[in-house]
Write a protein that binds this ligand. Sequence first.
Ligand code: NDP
Length: 246
Amino acid sequence: MTQKTAIVTGGNAGLGYAIAKKFCENNIKTYIIGRSVEKTEQAAKEMGVNAYPLILDVTDLERLPEVVSQIASESSSIDILVNNAGINQKKEFLDVSNEEFQNIINTNVLSVFAISREVAKVMKAQGAGTIVNISSMAAQYGLPKVIAYSASKTAIEGMTRAMAVDLAQFNIRVNCVAPGFIKTNMSSKALDSEPERKQRVLSRTPMGKLGLPEDIADAVYYLSSDQAKFTTGIVMPVDGGNCIGF
Ligand code: NDP
């Protein structure tokens, strides 16, 4: 069987790291995209022979077509794209500037559209492919102090449905995973320093605990595999029930 090829944006840290690792362990050639040379090369080294570090700022829209065609020419196909790279900003609504809002939209929305369009051209030509976007609980309900992030993740969910409809004719499936509160270095620090917030998160999570990056990787792996071959346009919360908790 020919080896599949995946692209994971933001694959050098956090959830993207777990997703890229899962792909590599399952013999998928995986391009790990990040801006930091050191972090990206180190992550690829840890993941072994199937991992290919690729230094790219996804907001550099001019470079995207060239990078995607380079990947397509050195691999037999591009089978999977995971749009995971994302940034957040926690700030009072009244203090957020237009530039700060725009910056989040550029990374979390515009670059997802632009890279997906380029990869979808390759997938259309090869007659198949699958794209997984990453949303957040910020798109499921109103979270305080994350106005631009909430707008961006809500856009991602709408875009997932629109892309699924537009691309189904080319046998390209598009789905989305909405992670709940996941235990990463960053979230542990934030929640441990705010016990009240942590208590609030846990009290509305029926399963009563934080998720692990591997829980997200498992869901992304499923949606991008043939096991999900009749599934497109969905947003799958992976959140211990957080979005349906009271
Ligand atoms: P991290 O901050 O740990 O990692 C972000 C990753 O994105 C890094 O690999 C970073 O690499 C990369 N990245 C950021 N901006 C760019 C850019 N312009 N170009 C290329 N790469 C970029 O994030 P998380 O793992 O926490 O989050 C990953 C995704 O999951 C995000 O979309 C986030 O919104 C979503 N999410 C996370 C949750 C959580 O609990 N952690 C919960 C819900 C959603 P580098 O620094 O090298 O550029």
